[in-house]
Design a protein around this ligand. Structure first.
Ligand SMILES: NC(=O)c1ccc[n+]([C@@H]2O[C@H](COP(=O)([O-])OP(=O)(O)OC[C@H]3O[C@@H](n4cnc5c(N)ncnc54)[C@H](OP(=O)(O)O)[C@@H]3O)[C@@H](O)[C@H]2O)c1
Length: 325
């Protein structure tokens, strides 16, 4: 089968499309024929082996997972012995704990984060609607306990986590302010943001407005910068790990204004599966929609990585494997 492989950390040129052995499902596993897979900022960080502190996960000296890609949608081609929840031909969306999805096939355990695709979505839409939202949902629902009537500011509202956060916050009944650049104002408004702040024109935490929740989906701010823009009892959330936020998560536990980082990828597979089901239902009901910026065939992986490396993508970038998504 074809797969996008990298054997050294570095620029997109370290990637090559190679023929590698097609995996065979063991007992309890499914073989998925991948149709569409998300290419994310995390894949690009893993390719680069950056930040250095993340080498524990990405591999200390060379890539631990030569094939990247942590979320895909595809068709079940073979089921291993003992598999009960899935049958050949099922359209599924799956999340990998160890990458491996920028390829034509992948084997996943039946009890891993995998579920039936929502009907009415293409494979590309099914993975796009799941990937960023699977990060945004636990931040908003579990860490912030976001409730109807509360106010939330989403920084990085045009990225894949941010576009999901704006839609989910709006669905939860919150008053949503999205922060983005001028070019993305219409997109963020179309996702349901009530207010928009153009970060190229004003600093979002310096205009005297205050919020119950500030969610920095792209990790470009700090608790120190945002604290004054939080209401009493408010919470600042960021996706970007740093020594500062790890310390602040601890020392603000008993304070009125809290700071918090989450590592949503480390959640147990059964929690992710429950959320995949919920997100599929929300997408099926039209409460959230896929935001797809660009699609690329596997053969253009280096070009696709180069684009995601710019940090300017809008919503999801999708790698297509074998025909239209
Ligand atoms: N902690 C966790 O559990 C977890 C899980 C998954 C991902 N992450 C992290 O979450 C982060 C976001 O991921 P993502 O997939 O959403 O990224 P992304 O899609 O690559 O983000 C790109 C978007 O960010 C916007 N942006 C760039 N600089 C900005 C700034 N200074 N202010 C506001 N917006 C800005 C860009 O819009 P403009 O072009 O308009 O600037 C672009 O639309 C990544 O760092 C990833 O590693 C964390």
């Amino acid at each position: 089968m074809k797969a996008v492989v990298h054997r050294a950390f570095g620029a997109p040129e370290v990637l090559s499309v190679e023929e590698v052995p097609k995996p065979t499902p063991k007992a309890g596993e499914l073989l998925i024929r991948i149709r569409a897979a998300a290419l994310t900022a995390v894949d690009c960080a893993a390719r680069q082996g950056r930040p250095f502190s993340a080498r524990l996960a990405f591999g200390p000296f060379s890539p631990r997972n030569p094939v990247l890609g942590g979320a895909c949608a595809g068709d079940v081609e073979v089921v291993g012995t003992g598999v009960r929840r899935f049958a050949i031909g099922d359209r599924v969306v799956a999340i990998s704990g160890s990458f491996g999805m920028h390829a034509e096939y992948v084997c996943v355990r039946e009890d891993s984060a995998v579920t039936a695709m929502s009907s009415g979505l293409t494979h590309a839409e099914a993975v796009a609607v799941s990937e960023g939202a699977l990060t945004a949902l636990p931040f908003l629902r579990d860490a912030a306990n976001l409730r109807a009537g509360q106010s939330i500011l989403v920084n990085g509202a045009s990225g894949s986590v941010g576009t999901a956060a704006v839609q989910l916050a709006q669905h939860l009944g919150a008053e949503v302010t999205g922060v983005c650049s001028t070019a993305n104002i219409e997109l963020v408004r179309s996702l349901g943001a009530h207010e928009i702040i153009d970060y190229t024109k004003e600093g979002f935490a310096r205009n005297r407005r205050t919020y119950d929740v500030i969610f920095d989906a792209v990790g470009k701010s700090s608790f120190a910068y945002c604290r004054g823009a939080l209401k009493r009892g408010g919470i600042y959330l960021t996706t970007a790990p740093s020594m500062a936020i790890l310390g602040q998560t601890l020392w603000t536990k008993l304070r009125s204004k809290k700071a918090r980082i989450e590592f949503t990828g480390l959640r147990p597979p059964r929690e992710k599966t429950k959320d995949l089901v919920l997100l599929g239902e929300l997408a099926g009901a039209g409460a959230i929609r896929a935001v797809i910026d660009r699609t690329y065939p596997l053969e253009q992986a280096a070009e696709a990585h180069g684009y995601v490396d710019t940090g300017r993508k809008r919503g999801a970038v999708i790698m297509l494997a074998g025909g239209p998504g």
